[in-house]
Design a protein around this ligand. Structure first.
Ligand SMILES: [Fe+2]
Length: 405
């Protein structure tokens, strides 16, 4: 895989750089010891004692700091039992697969059909749920059961690379797959087991406990699943799911870089379907959260360096708005009665529910508008995830929503 070659080559250089530092430091330490011996025969012993004492104190301090964490880990391990969910036979095509790591060359004989003339070189990348440790998980405890729902598998990227020979008439096609190395995936991988308690579906007490324990142990209530989409903005490529920030990925190697918080200016969930605004090239984003503010819309500059605009639409519920429509001057927002409500769990209900007796609205707001400038149109209650065909006639924005009933 040509695109990954520069990365592989840079590794040994990096190792040599780091390898030089300890050698230089140990020489300094040796020089200090020699000087001490020459000054007083008691100082090495005293220095050694101080060093040991300091090291012991550091260890004790770390142990004290880690004690609550270890207690919580032990409590969760003793209270909750993780089990693998069975794979339905109808889901066999969607069963988890292993990473390939390095790209695998696809032989011409394995390619059905022909690559059309004029087909451009490049890469096609798909993102999808691929549960870590081979299955979605459930937990059971004295508090009841909770289980991961089908969208909660960790994101795996599948890339097909199309490159032409230097002569320009022979195709080389290769395939690679890798997990999005999110912060939470690295955490669970390091522990060799699922750690986040399922917190979406199940018995109320178990869900509440999952929220509390996940937050106390890891600082977040759910995993960064990063499994819904791949998008490009200003030459950078990101993997994303709507429950966390996007992670930047390297197209050539599928390595995961840092989470993207738009220069520290976006501190909440990030839609899986950001849209490039026609004309300006700005990226229109939004984030839906179970706590206030429920829905915030943002505009990222075309060069991806800054958040140019941010508006809390001041909704009074957490609508599971999954997509946004954009026209040259406006955003189209869906306020549907598929809602997420933590308070409902406490009352024995479900976190996510379609409230068919409730209301639905479609909102239109200027690109740089706010809650006051959004215009809402009441419509029959419906559930819809994606918007298509948003456009303007003159200054009039229009859209063609396709609802699921
Ligand atoms: Fe979607």
């Amino acid at each position: 895989m040509k695109a990954s070659a520069p990365f592989s080559t840079s590794q040994p250089l990096s190792c040599r750089t780091h390898g030089g530092r300890p050698s230089s430091m140990s020489m300094s330490a040796g020089a200090r010891t020699a000087t001490s011996v020459g000054t007083s025969s008691k100082r090495p012993w005293f220095g050694d004692l101080l060093g040991r004492l300091s090291s012991t104190m550091d260890g004790a301090s770390r142990a004290l700091k880690d004690a609550p964490q270890r207690f919580l880990d032990a409590l969760v391990d003793a209270t909750f039992r993780f089990t693998d969910q069975a794979l339905n036979s109808a889901e066999s095509n969607f069963a988890p697969v292993d990473e390939t790591g390095e790209a695998i060359e696809i032989h011409q004989s394995q390619i059905q059909g022909a690559i059309p003339d004029g087909f451009p070189e490049g890469v096609y990348i798909r993102n999808g749920s691929n549960p870590l440790f081979g299955a979605l998980h459930s937990t059971s405890s004295v508090l009841g059961q909770s289980r991961e729902i089908w969208v909660e598998g960790e994101g795996m990227l599948h890339a097909v690379y199309f490159t032409k020979s230097s002569a320009g008439h022979l195709w080389s096609v290769s395939y690679a797959s890798r997990y999005v190395q999110s912060e939470t995936l690295e955490l669970e991988t390091a522990r060799h087991k699922p750690c986040f308690l399922p917190a979406v579906e199940g018995d109320s007490a178990a869900i509440v406990a999952a929220y509390v324990f996940n937050y106390l142990r890891f600082g977040k209530v759910s995993k960064d699943i990063s499994n819904t989409n791949v998008f490009e903005h200003s030459g950078r490529v990101f993997a994303v799911a709507e429950n966390s920030l996007p992670y930047e990925i390297c197209v050539g190697s599928l390595d995961t870089r840092d989470a993207w918080d738009v220069g520290g200016e976006w501190d909440r969930p990030f839609t899986a379907h950001p849209k490039v605004a026609p004309g300006s090239g700005e990226l229109v984003i939004f984030g839906t959260d179970a706590k206030k503010p429920f829905l915030v819309v943002g505009v990222v500059s075309a060069d991806g360096t800054k958040l140019k605009h941010r508006a809390d639409l001041k909704l009074d519920r957490c609508t599971l708005c999954h997509d946004i429509g954009v026209t040259p001057k406006h955003n189209v927002i869906m306020d549907i009665p598929l809602t997420m409500d933590v308070g409902r769990i406490v009352k024995g209900g479900q976190l996510i529910q379609f409230e068919k007796e409730s209301y639905a609205r479609i909102g239109v707001m200027p690109r740089y508008g706010d809650a006051d400038s959004a215009v809402w149109f009441d419509v029959e209650p419906f559930c819809m995830f994606h918007l298509v065909n948003c456009f303007e006639e003159g200054d009039e924005p229009r859209t063609s929503p396709y609802p699921l009933r």
